[in-house]
Design a protein around this ligand. Sequence first.
Ligand code: ATP
Ligand code: LTN
Length: 342
Amino acid sequence: MTQAHTARPIVLSGAQPTGQLTIGNYYGALRNWVAMQQDYDCLFCIVDLHALTVRQDPKQLRQWILDLAALYLACGIDPDRSIVFVQSHVPAHGELAWLLSTFTQIGELERMTQFKDKSLRHKHNINAGLFTYPVLMAADILLYGTHKVPVGEDQKQHLELTRDIALRVNNLYGPVFQVPEPLIAAEGARVKDLQDPTKKMSKTAEAELARVMILDDPRDILKKFKKAVTDSRAEIRFDEEQQPGVTNLLDLWCAATGRGREAALGHFSHHQYGKLKVETAEAVIANLEPVQARFRELSADRAALERILAAGAIRARQRAETTMKTVLETLGLPLDPGRFHG
Ligand code: ATP
Ligand code: LTN
C-alpha cells in the first residue's frame, strides 16, 4: 500500500479557484479542514486544473489561486502543519488521472449529477474535461494515500466513484491504493442558495443575493440574509420539503453557533422570520470577521504566499512520486531511471 510512512491518517481536500468562496464552502469544507489538522496528516490543494473545465480568464485565474491560498490560511490552515499546494504544480495529478480513466466506465461518468448540472449551465462548452472531472478528483485523492476526504454533501457521489476506481484497481493488482472515505460535516454540509433554497449555494451562481461570500462586507451579509426567500407559513421548524428556506436558515444558525437543532427550535420557534434572519446573519458575521481580517493581512504579502505554495509543491511532489512509482510498476510501465533514482 502506498504512503505507509506517516503515522497519522492522511486527509486531502481541495477547492476550485473559480471565484470568491461562499459560506457554503466555509461551513461545508474549510472550517472542517482546519479542525482536522489536529489529528491528521493534511494536504489542502487548490484545484486549478479542475477550474479549467469552465472557461477562465488567465489573469483572473492567477489572482484567484493566490486569493484562495490566502483564504485557506486566513481560515486557519497552518502551512507548517499541513501541505498547502496548487494542483498544477504536481504533474502527477494529470498523469494519474489518465491512468485511472482507463479504469473508469463512461456509464459511471454519465451518472454524475455535477456533470449533468454543469452541462446544463454551460451548454456551449460541454468539454471532455468536464466529463472526466471526477477522474482527476480521484487522482488527487489516490495520489496521496488519503484516508479521509472532508467535503460538502454535493461531493459524495464523486467520492463513491473514487472508491470504486480504487477498489477496481486493487482487485485486479493487489493493494495499490488506500480506499478513501468521505467526511461530511453534521452541520453546514449542504448550505442552500438564499434565493432558491432548493439548490445548493454556489460561488458561481448568477444572482448576487443568492450567495454570501466569506469576504462579503458585514452590511451586505445582513442585507442578503434579510432578503432571503422563506415562505408564508409563519412557522419556524425544520422541514426541508415544505420550508426549505427556513430550514436552511436554521441549519446555518446551528453551523455558525455550534448549537444543535433543539436549541435552535427552543430559541426561535415562537418568533418571526425577521429574528431568525437577523440572528443567523449576526452569527455568520461573528464567524467571518476574524477570517476577513486575517485575509487582508495575508493577501498584502503576495511573495510570502508564493513561497508557501512553492514549499507545499515540493512536499506534495515527493509524496506523489512514491505513489506514481508503485502505480507505474504495477501496470507494467517501465520506470524512467531519470525520474526515479535509487
Ligand atoms: P462551483 O460553485 O464553482 O461549481 P463549488 O463551490 O461547488 O464550485 P469547490 O470550490 O470545489 O466547488 O468546493 C469546495 C468545497 O466546498 C467542496 O468540498 C464542496 O463540497 C464544498 N461546498 C461547495 N458548496 C457547498 C455548499 N453549498 N454547502 C456545503 N458545502 C459546499
Ligand atoms: N470536486 C470538488 C473539488 C475537488 C476536490 C478534490 C475535493 C477537486 N479535487 C479532491 C476533495 C478532494 C468540488 O467540485 N467541490
